[in-house]
Design a protein around this ligand. Structure first.
Ligand code: AMP
Length: 405
């Protein structure tokens, strides 16, 4: 377990919070989805209520390291945060430069400073200790609330917390909530535990599937990855997405499911089209009948019904990956229906992955889910059974004592 802000003494101190403000923006640079900013508010408010001054830091997309570029500035985030908190957020002009340092050293209790995009500094992605030492000057306490970045060994996630002794570093509420859902529910779920996995490729989720097969009661596969499994079963899948090099792995997973008595579900019908486009004819066909030059781009209505039946008795449902090319309306029905079915169930429902969270938002089911993860890559690594560097560094005392300087 990691200590949270509640477990350490933060009263009146200057707290450095590593947030994940890596929000999506539209073509005009407007924030199109501020869930990640909202998700950080609990920890921020808790610290403000304890008379802290705050230094907030985050990365934002992928700027060229070492170069300031206006389009990667966190200024729009400062504005959104300000309106959400109804409180001034001071924006630094740099990350660890003169402006940030002087503003950080003049903060009073209740003040909030947001540093510029951490990735403007080359030291961030290199996990550079010298850069971390500069960041440390700005906070007496270190808090990691950036779950979505905790699978990366970057300076603000990994090198920096190592510089803080026990009692001066902790996880924020968002981080601990994510850990709670992913670690605990996957390790000790209320059964039946059903995993619904979709998305484009098997390769991206192979390790997660291998890990999940050991813990679930049912595994439901949809999306593009289903076709590698269907081909492994001998079906002709036309031009559908198939990873031929993973057919053997797909067979192994299905064999293991059988051995472990895990019920395994694949689509029985699909929505097919000649190509991925809005302007093409579509057909609803059983998987036995996919034409040679067509591709499967969504699960069909019979599959939706089958999957609904399969999750009917679930007590815990984990969903990662859309059932089809949901970005295009005519291929989004299977994913939208899946979202409705999962949200209507009486199970504890956990949604992971940015695309899946988008489907749930589009379906209008956000409030109906038990928990929607803010970190796609990070939640997948937890499902793979990996320890995330940003979490490990908060829980392992020895590691910290050894390297603290
Ligand atoms: P992932 O990042 O692996 O979770 O995959 C998400 C992507 O998978 C989305 O952009 C979907 O458009 C895509 N996808 C889902 N189903 C299919 C399919 N049948 N064929 C091709 N791409 C798909």
């Amino acid at each position: 377990m990691i200590p949270t802000v509640r477990d350490i003494d933060i009263a009146g101190k200057q707290v450095f919070i590593r947030c994940d403000f890596n929000v999506p923006t539209d073509e005009f640079g407007n924030i199109s989805d501020d869930r990640r900013i909202r998700a950080a508010l609990n920890t921020i408010r808790y610290c403000l209520d304890h008379d802290c001054s705050l230094v907030l830091a985050s990365h934002f997309k992928r700027p060229t390291p070492g170069k300031f570029e206006e389009k990667y500035s966190l200024k729009p985030v400062a504005k959104r945060l300000q309106s959400l908190l109804k409180k001034e957020v001071i924006m630094a002009k740099d990350v660890v430069g003169e402006d940030a340092m002087s503003k950080a050293s003049n903060l009073k209790s209740g003040d909030i400073l947001l540093l510029e995009n951490l990735r403007f500094e080359p030291g961030e992605t290199k996990n550079d200790i010298e850069f971390a030492k500069k960041l440390k000057k700005m906070g007496e306490i270190y808090v990691n609330d950036a779950f979505g970045a905790s699978h990366r060994k970057h300076a603000s996630i990994y090198a920096l917390p190592k510089l803080y002794p026990k009692g001066k570093r902790a996880g924020g509420f968002l981080l601990s909530k994510e850990i709670n859902f992913f670690y605990k529910i996957v390790q000790n779920p209320t059964r039946p535990f059903v995993a619904v996995v979709g998305g484009s490729k098997v390769s991206g989720k192979l390790q997660a599937l291998i890990n999940l097969i050991n813990v679930v009661d049912k595994l439901i596969i949809g999306g593009g990855m289903a076709f590698t499994f269907l081909k492994a079963q001998g079906y002709e899948v036309g031009k559908s997405l198939v990873e031929d090099d993973l057919i053997e792995d797909a067979k192994k997973i299905m064999k293991k499911a059988l051995e472990k008595n895990v019920k395994f579900y694949l689509p029985v019908d699909v929505v097919v089209a000649p190509e991925i486009s809005d302007n093409v004819p579509i057909k609803f066909l059983p998987i036995q009948e996919i034409p040679k030059d067509w591709m499967g781009l969504d699960i069909g209505p019979a599959t939706s019904r089958l999957f609904r039946e399969a999750i009917n008795d679930a007590q815990t449902i984990l969903w990662n990956g859309p059932m089809g090319v949901f970005e295009i309306d005519k291929f989004s029905k299977g994913s939208i229906k899946m979202s409705h079915y999962i949200s209507e169930s009486h199970a504890t429902t956990i949604v992971g992955g940015g695309d899946t969270a988008d489907v749930v938002a589009r379906a209008g089911d956000v409030d109906e889910m038990t928990f929607i993860s803010t970190g796609g890559g990070a939640s997948l690594e937890l499902l793979e059974g990996k320890k995330l560097p940003g979490i490990e560094v908060l829980e392992v005392d020895k590691l910290v004592e050894e390297t603290a300087q």
